[in-house]
Design a protein around this ligand. Structure first.
Ligand SMILES: Nc1ncnc2c1ncn2[C@@H]1O[C@H](COP(=O)(O)OP(=O)(O)OP(=O)(O)O)[C@@H](O)[C@H]1O
Length: 685
């Protein structure tokens, strides 16, 4: 059999293949389950560059098959996967790139067996290590290994018995530092096995691990003998925790939801990479943050979807998502647009079957998942290929509410920014301001970036990260920093406006039925003159307040009642106070008379900004609290969106913390702006 590489350079960032796990009990296939076992179509046999996979007899002949780059069946060995898929990646690692091999799938789908293997049948990581050791020896390079585990949004170094927490830090240039993750020099396969398998393997394979986790091994190639010397590339193997429907009995729904969310987050990243999107949502989970450098740029990833031969809803779901990642193209995006197009389902048998097959977890993301199965074959929509992360999220659902709440930070990526970051083991508060090259680029808020796990409650300090890990070295002028931020609060909502490219993308998205529905809803609601009284009244109140502020502009400070939730004065933050991990610093409000020493225009601008912020805040507050009927009074919020908002609130009491969060209900940035304009404009009608 020819073993030519299917992963030529310049191809997709993520190659997606499947691996069929042999059926433990061959009789299963003869039973009724045979009707729902998967069938694989390889148009050119082993040489196929694309294969389709479908589930069982009842789907035969339907177009509901899922395309992947390849599928390795039971008779195709792990060594074959090594040769066809991984050897080309190894070459890129020795050329200085990073590569990833990620196994995902439902629970017990054979991921660990594939990556780790057993004594009798070594897995991909072991086979790869053997290959890399011999190449390193040939070239005079050295190999070192890091073994890690990610659970409960915390990264642990598990290269020894003592699980140490690894801090995922992001340097000034966006480079990820994994502080605390050891690199153990490895000279032989035996050393590697001892390190890699150790106790943890036994735990995982016997299934008595107290905590389910993603488990990875990073193989570093260095040019010198010292682990820190001249790092070339890394090969990262990741054995992901299995996907599972959180409604299943005998599962801890919280644990399952947490794991599923991190699976979605990685899938979002994979999708964005393959679709060559301008924004990749690395910040959606700890796992994706830690792997950012390995995944980004021209680095290559092999995503292996592990599938048991017999049908399971969980496997079906994983395959569906893998297929979308694989397509990673405009057509895939077009299918996302059908999200709101309820009745359109790829499984044509019947909607009942579809419902039965769709994992119906209680989480909000699952709602989105249910809807994402648009028909990919029919839509021909031209959409800018540099699509945004928003679409990725629409694809796979929001990764994590708690992460999401801090996601405004990601808007600052690549720009000058004000950031407050925290790190364990320091009790000082330090803040760093990176001078902005132009006023326009100053970002709008303080953000506590959750570089450490939010579940590690003892971490309660803040550290500005500037490439230096020493907080003492960082200049700190709270007053100045907070003042800078205040100026930018008003621009917060406008950052989006300035990103014309994004707007264009969103414009393209109006092709989506989502947009059509919105327009319809808008038209209906606009026809209704009584629309939105609750919010309108509140906004009217705000308008009155503005007038009252203007009338009392000689007051030395902003009256307390007008201080928004964003208000927190610098002097209210004790210099050495502890700030808990999950607390987001509030953007402070300037405590100075708004018109002192200012021109009337500046005063007016300042008040307008204030009003705008208050209006936005009221709007969000309304979304977070109003009942369904009141929600429907808002423009652009129909029955469907109102129901979804209420469901989101069941998941998280305050799902809308910033305007961007409205994207979670399927609104584009342009639509969000449009809605606000209409609501606020109506005050003056
Ligand atoms: N190719 C294979 N040949 C024989 N047995 C296998 C194979 N793949 C998996 N198994 C068996 O199936 C069971 C589950 O496999 P494995 O632990 O690899 O699944 P997993 O997907 O990693 O599970 P989890 O989701 O819990 O992490 C194990 O008992 C394993 O030995």
């Amino acid at each position: 059999m020819e073993t030519k590489s299917l992963m030529s350079q310049g191809r997709k960032a993520v190659r997606v293949v499947a691996r069929v796990k042999p059926t433990a009990d061959p009789l299963v296939l003869q039973s009724s389950a045979a009707a729902t076992s998967i069938s694989i179509h390889k148009p050119n046999g082993y040489e196929s560059e694309s294969v389709s996979i479908s589930f069982g007899a009842q789907f035969a002949g339907s177009k509901d098959s899922y395309k992947l780059d390849y599928c390795y069946e039971e008779n195709e060995t792990t060594s074959l996967i090594l040769t066809k898929e991984i050897k080309p990646l190894i070459s890129t690692v020795f050329e200085g790139k990073d590569a990833n091999v990620i196994a995902h799938g439902a629970r017990c789908s054979g991921k660990t067996h594939l990556i780790q293997g057993s004594e009798k049948e070594p897995g991909l990581a072991v086979l790869t290590m053997a290959e890399m050791l011999s190449m390193a020896e040939e070239k005079g390079y050295a190999i070192s290994v890091s073994v890690y585990e990610v659970s409960h949004e915390t990264v642990y170094d598990i290269s020894d018995q003592e699980k140490r927490v690894v801090s995922v830090l992001e340097g000034a240039q966006g480079k990820i530092q994994l502080k605390g993750l050891s690199k153990v020099p490895v000279k032989s396969l035996l050393e590697f096995k001892e390190l890699y398998f150790g106790l943890k393997k036994t735990q995982k394979l016997t299934g008595d691990s107290p905590l389910r986790s993603h488990r990875g091994v990073m193989i570093h190639v260095t040019t010198g003998s010292n682990v820190n010397s001249g790092s070339l590339g890394r090969m990262n193997f990741l054995d992901m925790a299995g996907y599972e429907d959180s409604r299943k009995q005998n599962t801890d729904p919280l644990e399952v939801t947490r794991i599923n969310k991190s699976i979605y987050a990685l899938q979002n990243v994979m999708y964005a990479l393959n679709a060559n999107e301008s924004h990749v949502p690395y910040r959606e989970s700890k796992l994706t943050r830690m792997l950012k450098d390995c995944l980004k740029g021209s680095n290559k990833t092999l995503l292996i979807t592990c599938l048991p031969r017999e049908f399971s809803q969980d496997s079906f779901y994983m395959l569906n998502l893998a297929s979308r990642i694989c397509l990673g193209s405009n057509r895939a995006m077009a299918s996302v647009t059908k999200k709101s197009n309820g009745p359109t389902r790829p499984i044509s048998s019947s909607s009942v079957v579809q419902r039965r097959q769709t994992p119906l977890t209680v989480s909000a993301p699952s709602k989105k998942r249910t809807e994402l199965r648009g028909n990919m074959t029919e839509r021909k929509i031209k959409i800018n290929s540099s699509a945004s992360a928003i679409k990725g999220r629409k694809l796979f659902g929001e990764a994590n509410g708690s992460v999401k709440s801090k996601n405004n930070y990601k808007k600052m990526e690549g720009k000058e920014r004000v950031a407050v970051k925290k790190e364990i083991s320091t009790s000082k508060v330090a803040v760093k301001v990176q001078a902005s090259t132009s006023e326009e680029e100053v970002c709008s808020s303080f953000v506590v970036t959750d570089f450490q796990s939010s579940s590690v409650v003892e971490e309660n300090s803040v550290l500005a990260l500037s490439g230096s890990s020493n907080p003492q070295e960082i200049p700190c002028n709270h007053e100045e920093v907070f003042s800078e931020a205040v100026d930018d609060v008003a621009r917060k909502a406008e950052i989006v406006e300035k990103d014309e490219k994004r707007s264009d993308i969103e414009e393209g998205l109006t092709l989506f039925n989502e947009g059509e529905n919105l327009d319809k809803e808008n038209t209906n609601l606009l026809a209704n003159e009584t629309a939105s009284p609750p919010l309108s009244l509140r906004l009217q109140e705000l308008s009155n307040k503005l007038k009252s502020i203007c009338n009392t502009s000689n007051q030395p400070s902003t009256p307390e009642k007008y201080q928004t939730a964003l208000t927190k004065f610098p002097e209210q933050v004790p210099e050495h106070s502890d700030i808990t991990a999950d607390v987001e610093l509030r953007t402070p409000e300037r405590r100075m008379p708004l018109n002192v020493g200012c021109s009337p225009w500046k005063t007016f601008s300042a008040h307008s900004s204030k009003l705008k912020n208050s209006a936005v805040e009221e709007y969000l507050k309304f979304l977070n609290t109003a009942d369904k009927e009141d929600l429907k009074k808002l423009k652009g919020i129909g029955e469907k969106r109102a129901t979804y908002i209420v469901e989101l609130r069941e998941e998280s009491p305050e799902p809308f913390k910033k305007l961007d969060d409205l994207k979670d209900i399927g609104l584009s940035e342009k639509q969000i702006k449009g809605l606000l304009r209409k609501e606020i404009g109506d005050i003056f009608n």
